[in-house]
Design a protein around this ligand. Structure first.
Ligand code: GLU
Length: 341
């Protein structure tokens, strides 16, 4: 083969590689460069924003650096876009509830949660005792504390260690790496979680938690204390966007058939009392945690996560909400939007 022909083949291959690099990923009108620009723009726009305050009802959360700000978007074909601090860890807090919910559904089928907890927004704060009293512990959902502690109590296992191991493996599969508990946060929350203990006792009294309510509360406290960075959370969100299969590791973290129900509850109850406003604005199923994390899912396209600890009055990260709303609008990611024919 002549040198020229060899070069010609090489040239054609190089051209294909260059073109492919500029092509829009599946489901996107934008090229990878444009997506990265959208992510960078949101980061630059909000990095100086100082609104909100760290949660302080769990003392250890008040000590987390409020300037921490990182954005990660993971597409269902495994592309990763990042801006800011994507490696620093915060405790996952309420975002964990989504993945324990997924675990229970995989073990017992989707009806078990509907029957024992419900899948409706309570209209009350996430740790409301009035919400428990209103319907004797029914007609709530697995993303508020009474429902979440009950969901944790439903995870199969004979000992606390066995149940915990099963929960952590689930989280690891979603995140794509082994996660661990932030001991300081766990200790701080365990010392101050009397309200959650009371909620668990009530859920036990009403027959939703079948046994050992305080064991369930302790495992729940541990699950809320798992450390995650923005990259972990984005991988977890992208797994939900991809039929329960982690697009970065290829691991099936939950049954695909249960994903729509998880997303439905995220859509209606994922951002505490701000859930309606959030859905109105973005159309995206999402879940926030008082540690400052927020995940959102664009089914079939991408998962996105932002970490920024200062929260608004409803308990949702201020910068995370703004950054994700901007990015999803720029990427035309509202799953409820359609174009007239
Ligand atoms: N562990 C926290 C609690 O139970 C979670 C709250 C949250 O992130 O919403 O109070």
């Amino acid at each position: 083969m002549s040198r020229n022909r060899k070069l010609g083949r090489f040239g054609a291959l190089a051209l294909v590689v260059v073109l492919a690099a500029g092509l829009a990923p599946a489901g996107f009108a934008q090229s990878p460069d444009e997506i990265q620009k959208v992510v960078n723009a949101a980061y630059e726009k909000y990095r100086g924003l100082k609104e909100g305050a760290n949660a302080d009802y769990i003392p250890a959360l008040a000590k987390v650096d409020p300037n921490l700000f990182g954005i990660v978007l993971v597409t269902t074909d495994g592309k990763v876009y990042t801006a800011g601090d994507v490696a620093s860890e915060v405790s996952i807090q309420s975002i964990s509830k989504v993945f324990t919910m997924a675990r229970v559904m995989d073990e017992q089928g989707p009806q078990a949660l509907v029957d024992n907890i419900g899948v409706d927004a309570t209209g009350q704060v996430f740790n409301s005792i009035i919400a428990v009293e209103q319907h004797k512990g029914a007609e709530m959902n697995p993303l508020v504390n009474p429902g979440a502690i009950t969901a944790t109590s439903m995870v199969k296992g004979t000992t606390a260690d066995e149940i915990w191991a099963s929960i952590l493996v689930t989280y690891n599969d979603f995140a794509g790496r082994p996660l661990s508990v932030n001991r300081e946060v766990y200790k701080s929350e365990a010392e101050t979680n009397q309200r959650n203990q009371a909620i668990a006792m009530l859920m036990w009294a009403y027959g939703h938690i079948k046994s050992e309510p305080l064991r369930a509360t302790d495992i729940y406290t541990k699950q809320c204390s798992v450390n995650v960075n923005a990259r972990d959370l984005a991988g977890m969100a992208a797994t939900l966007a991809n039929g329960g299969k982690n697009p970065l590791t290829g691991k099936q973290a939950m049954k695909p058939g249960n994903v729509p129900q998880v997303l439905a509850v995220m859509a209606t109850a994922g951002l505490y009392d701000g859930s309606g406003k959030w859905l109105y604005q973005t159309g995206l199923p999402a879940k926030s945690g008082v540690g400052g994390g927020l995940i959102a899912v664009c089914p079939g396209r991408f998962g996105i996560a932002v970490i920024s600890p200062p929260l608004d009055a409803a308990g949702n990260s201020v910068r995370a909400q703004k950054a994700i709303a901007d990015i999803s609008n720029a990427l035309k990611a509202n799953p409820l939007a359609s174009t007239p024919r």
